[in-house]
Design a protein around this ligand. Structure first.
Ligand code: ATP
Ligand code: MG
Length: 176
């Protein structure tokens, strides 16, 4: 069974991006080539931005987004986010069809769809036309039914407890 899988990590609980990064650690151990495209986090700093360098050349990370639309520290107009989202889909399509990778991760793509930045049709098309052997991982809460239907593996992270509920802020090395 060397058919590629479509994997979805969704749900409210913490661990979606972390789970995808766990696969990066595992797969690069076998010298598999992995590309992670970050749809939302472009203007922020995350530990994986730095540790990814240590997994090069097997691992490549591409940050495209510009923070959440209308939330937190976002100052860019929506049209700007939409333009970047179109660019992100173009880059994802290129990476998926490049033949250079065993695994492609579209991090936070489900949020990008829900924010109306990325068209669901474009994502469905990416899943349906991916090279048969390529594993494709999509993360972000609120995964659309159609994407869940097309996927082979879907895990919903369920929040039972989160320190955020007690007012504890995001922790370096754990949350970012
Ligand atoms: P992680 O990157 O830690 O695996 P995630 O991918 O499941 O989290 P996102 O929705 O991408 O979750 O969250 C982005 C940021 O918000 C991360 O810093 C994450 O740790 C934090 N976070 C995730 N889930 C929750 C939650 N239920 N409450 C508060 N903060 C959260
Ligand atoms: Mg995430």
């Amino acid at each position: 069974m060397d058919d590629g899988l479509t994997i979805v990590y969704t749900g409210k609980g913490k661990g979606k991006t972390t789970a995808a990064l766990g696969i990066v650690l595992r797969a690069t151990g076998y010298a598999k080539k992995v590309c992670m495209i970050q749809f939302i986090k472009g203007s922020w700093h995350y530990g994986e931005m730095y540790s990814s360098k240590r997994l090069e050349p097997e691992f490549e990370m591409v940050a495209i987004g510009k923070g959440f639309v209308g939330i937190i520290d976002d100052k860019s107009p929506k049209v700007e986010h939409e333009r970047i989202a179109v660019e992100a889909i173009k880059i994802s399509t290129e990476k998926i069809h490049s033949g250079k990778y065993d695994i492609v991760i579209l991090d936070e793509i489900n949020y990008a769809i829900n924010l109306g930045l990325v068209k669901i049709e474009d994502v469905i098309n990416l899943i349906k036309t991916k090279p048969p052997k390529l594993d494709l991982i999509l993360t972000g809460n609120y995964a659309k039914d159609k994407i869940i239907e097309l996927a082979d593996l879907v895990t919903e992270m369920k929040e039972i407890k989160h320190p955020f509920q007690r007012g504890i802020k995001a922790k370096k090395g754990i949350d970012f």
